[in-house]
Ligand binder design. Structure first.
Ligand SMILES: NC(=O)c1ccc[n+]([C@@H]2O[C@H](COP(=O)([O-])OP(=O)(O)OC[C@H]3O[C@@H](n4cnc5c(N)ncnc54)[C@H](O)[C@@H]3O)[C@@H](O)[C@H]2O)c1
Ligand SMILES: [Fe+2]
Length: 389
């Protein structure tokens, strides 16, 4: 049942900008998307039909053990060292390996961490410039290596996108590279690959997909084309996330979440996220908290903070998600915590003394904050951290 409007309406926040049906929008997609249970082996068929003789698979330790599922032809090398929330040294080690094995095809086989650095390796392998020269939009050059993305979590939607994020260990900033050249030639979304994801990671990554949809739907840059995916994605998470957390082998729920994650990915390119992600990032860069979990902790707070700007959208989100009525923040919090997500920063190793630095870092992420539907100050960000402590 939707939260009653009375619980989210009263505010002096600015009204939402009028919906711009004619606002220019660019939509990009991987050249080909294969979706469906059992599709993973199509990678090999596709590689063979493209004459690939040398492939580098980019993976984490868990997925590296099942690279044979891809059915790849020829010489197959595996980089099995992708770190969760990859940093620059992790990426540079991968690029060195891609050069050494002269990879014609790079396959991202894992969660968002593997897929993000696979994209970067694909454009960096024959580019002599440093990583820092590629940061920002449209800096990367065309690539010669082919790129295939195969997600094994349902959360980031990275398989569908033009963006990759890497932490700079010196500044602790998460640096975003964005380029059309990082779009995959092929994305294979096989929901059965996600059946082994443990319940806590299932919940957190599912809430990441949800956050992509909610933040795009409520963004100042929201667009009706993207709203379609965002609304559907929210509904799919509402319907299937609790089921997949309770029973990882529920193939219908896994497929629904894989689709929600893809829809979230469709939201990221043309519209992107807002304050929820900006406020989540310092949890990862400073405290090593996984991206999905960081988003989950912050989600109820930004949902409620933004709700007064557009109470009808907020009620729509609550209804699609199946939240109980009453106070929006409390019911979103109960929904997350009810899936076993640890929602307290204090329990995640963060103390009161850490919050000011986190607020400074989040407040500087203008590329996201400037599109939040409601203006948010550094003090309000600090208040969110304090409330989440
Ligand atoms: N490019 C984008 O647009 C975008 C969007 C959101 C997030 N991201 C990035 O994605 C990263 C997070 O990705 P993630 O949430 O998918 O987590 P992840 O890739 O770090 O994986 C999380 C954990 O799950 C394990 N795992 C992965 N698949 C599994 C499976 N099928 N069974 C069992 N275990 C499995 C991994 O080994 C890892 O330990 C962050 O670095 C974040 O910045 C990128
Ligand atoms: Fe995300």
């Amino acid at each position: 049942m939707a939260a009653p409007l009375s619980s989210i309406a009263a505010s002096n926040a600015a009204p939402a900008a009028a919906l711009s049906w004619s606002r220019p929008l660019t939509i990009t997609r991987p050249s080909r998307i294969e979706f469906g249970a059992g599709k993973v082996g199509f990678a090999g068929e596709w590689a063979a039909s493209h004459g690939v003789a040398r492939t580098l698979v980019v993976s984490d330790a868990f997925n590296a053990a099942r690279v044979d599922r891809l059915g790849l032809p020829g010489e197959v090398s595996v980089f099995a060292e992708v770190k969760p929330e990859p940093d620059l040294p992790n990426l540079l080690k991968l690029v060195a390996m891609a050069r050494a094995v002269r990879a014609q095809l790079i396959v991202g086989f894992g969660g968002g961490s593997a897929m993000d650095i696979a994209k970067l390796a694909a454009v960096m392998v024959d580019d002599t410039r440093s990583f820092h020269e590629l940061v920002g939009p449209n800096k990367a050059a065309p690539r010669s290596a082919l790129l295939v993305q195969v997600p094994t979590t349902a959360g980031t939607g990275s398989e569908a996108g033009t963006r990759a994020l890497v932490t700079d260990p010196e500044t602790l900033n998460k640096l975003a590279v964005e380029s059309l050249h990082m779009l995959a030639d092929l994305a294979i979304i096989d929901p059965d690959l996600t059946m082994t994801v443990p319940p806590a990671v299932t919940a957190a990554t599912g809430i990441d997909a949800l956050a992509h949809c909610v933040e795009a739907y409520t963004s100042r840059r929201a667009h009706p084309i993207i709203d379609m995916y965002a609304r559907e994605g929210i509904g799919l998470v509402g319907k299937f996330l609790r089921r997949a957390v309770a029973n990882g082998g529920d193939s219908e729920a896994r497929a629904g979440l894989a689709l929600a994650s893809l829809y979230g990915g469709f939201c990221l390119g043309p519209v992107n996220t807002t304050a929820g992600h900006a406020i989540s990032y310092p949890l990862g860069t400073r405290h090593g908290i996984a991206h999905g979990l960081a988003n989950a902790v912050i989600f109820p707070h930004t949902l409620a903070f933004n709700a007064p700007v557009d109470p009808i959208k907020a009620a729509d989100i609550a209804s699609r998600l199946g939240l109980e009525g009453g106070d929006l923040k409390a019911s979103a919090y109960r929904w997350c915590a009810g899936m076993g997500v640890e929602m307290r920063l204090g329990q995640l190793g963060i103390g009161e003394d850490d919050l000011a630095g986190m607020a400074d870092e989040a407040f500087a992420i203008r590329r996201l904050l400037d599109f939040n539907p409601r203006e948010i100050s550094r003090e309000e960000i600090l208040g969110i951290y304090q409330a989440a402590l």
